[in-house]
Design a protein around this ligand. Structure first.
Ligand code: ADE
Length: 349
């Protein structure tokens, strides 16, 4: 399945999550990458500490695996307060949120992952809490209905989402700081990998070897760390723990992860568009049916990276393989693809 891939940006199981946890930065000063955001946050945190207030509510959006939860942890750590985590789908009723809000101490951080999946009933509870640190609970119904106001402590809400477009505008407008997380550069990933190699007691990793892992990590620290662990296992069994460029090559080729971090599902997706649909344009549903995969899964977990590296284009008439994508597969397309894309592309978000 597409969601259980080695290069999946989401955690693939509890082991993955636990190890990921142990490798995450413990403080905002240890955080690598997302420089603009870190600077904005450091100022916001310091200013709020001067005023003895909570930091403004923060909305983080962007692809999975880029450290939204980690950021919430280091923000709470810097504020010297506690982090409480929950997620949109876990909050089914308004009262679920009441419990979470009344447990907060002053300036604590409440992290809501997948905030775009918050049910409407819960969303309405959150507005007065965000604005006035107040919860309006409705008691009884019909002619006996009355609203009781409960105060909660001043807190910071951090909302995380991979789908900023699905957030209602009243909710979105209540966040004081909104930031899009970007993919990490190869250099940033290499630094993260060096740090992780130290934490995992990997003593014999060549700089160049970490560089190759960084290039295959799809701009995502979680993937970089997972690939590093696969390489570490391989080195343990095959190369007496020595990690050179060829160790990384052999280990990741064995896993089916190529030089740009594409795996067999990415290549199958691109190959189907190239060979069965002559490079496109083709509808997502048609590709999904040919692959026997769910269209939503392809859209969420396969397409984002292919769009990001310019191998795939979403046009009004359907998905198209680009010249770069065709070159990577080693196929030639009969049509002048890129002109077509230039005039018909749509914003993929
Ligand atoms: N481990 C995973 N993500 C990291 C980051 N952004 N900085 C430092 N270490 C990390």
């Amino acid at each position: 399945m597409a969601t259980e891939r080695l290069i999946s940006p989401t955690a693939t199981g509890s082991d993955d999550q636990n190890i990921n946890w142990s490798l995450r930065p413990q403080s905002i000063d240890e955080y690598i990458g997302q420089q603009d955001l870190i600077e904005r946050l450091s100022i916001a945190i310091q200013a709020s500490q001067f005023r003895d207030e909570p930091m403004e509510h923060l909305l983080l959006h962007g692809p999975p695996g880029l450290g939204k939860t980690t950021l919430a942890h280091v923000i709470a750590q810097k504020m010297g307060t506690q982090l409480h985590t929950t997620s949109g789908p876990a909050l089914a009723k308004g009262t679920d949120l009441v419990g979470a809000l009344t447990r907060l101490k002053p300036r604590d951080v409440l992290f809501i992952d997948e905030i775009h999946r918050l049910p409407v009933a819960v969303e309405e509870f959150i507005y007065p809490a965000m604005e006035d640190f107040r919860i309006d609970v409705c008691l009884d119904s019909g002619m006996h209905a009355r609203t009781v106001q409960i105060k909660c402590k001043p807190f910071t809400l951090i909302g995380a989402t991979t789908r900023a477009g699905m957030l209602s505008s009243p909710l979105r407008s209540r966040f004081g700081i909104i930031h899009h997380l970007d993919y990490y550069t190869h250099d940033e990933l290499r630094i993260i990998l060096s740090r992780s190699a130290g934490l995992l007691n990997i003593a014999h990793a060549h700089e160049e070897a970490l560089n190759i892992i960084a290039e295959r990590a799809r701009g995502t620290p979680r993937i970089a760390n997972r690939l590093l662990r696969r390489v570490r296992d391989f080195a343990h069994v095959r190369t007496n723990n020595k990690i050179t460029q060829s160790t990384v090559d052999d280990a990741l080729n064995l896993e089916g992860v190529d030089a740009l971090g594409l795996d067999h599902i990415d290549r199958r997706y691109l190959t189907i568009i190239a060979s069965i649909y002559e490079g496109g344009p083709v509808g997502l549903e048609a590709v999904a049916a040919t692959m026997n995969e769910d269209a939503g899964t392809l859209e969420d977990v396969v397409e984002p990276y292919l769009l990001q590296i310019g191998f795939l284009a979403r046009t009004r008439r359907g998905r198209m393989l680009t010249t770069a994508g065709a070159d990577h597969l080693g196929v030639t397309l009969d049509r002048p693809v890129d002109d077509h894309i230039l005039f018909n592309s749509e914003d993929p978000e």
